[in-house]
Design a protein around this ligand. Structure first.
Ligand SMILES: [Zn+2]
Length: 99
């Protein structure tokens, strides 16, 4: 049986487990493509990468695409995360009542 621990608080997740998937990708506006962008010879770049890998036997690929992250959270941390996905929730901020 696989045991998961919460990536935020570090505690073992006993009951409900939540996963948070985050994708970080550069925002590209297709209207901003220039002819120079289209001139890049991707096959040539890939061939150079492969030959570099063969010569060094290293598989450290450069960051090429979107970065995908996945976290396991316990129910409590998931609740906290959902309220503030970008970590802006300040614990010192006073609670204003809306009445
Ligand atoms: Zn947690």
């Amino acid at each position: 049986m696989i045991h998961y621990s919460c990536d935020l608080c570090g505690k073992k997740i006993r009951n409900e487990r939540y996963t948070v998937k985050v994708e970080i990708a550069p925002a590209v506006d297709p209207d901003e493509l220039t002819p120079a962008d289209l001139d890049v010879d991707h096959l040539q770049l890939i061939a150079e990468e492969i030959s570099a890998m063969e010569s060094t036997a290293e598989f450290a690929l450069p960051e090429t695409g979107p970065q995908q992250l996945q976290f396991d959270l316990c129910a409590r941390c998931c609740h906290t995360y959902a309220r503030s996905p970008l970590g802006r929730l300040s614990p010192t901020r006073p609670n204003f009542s809306h009445n």
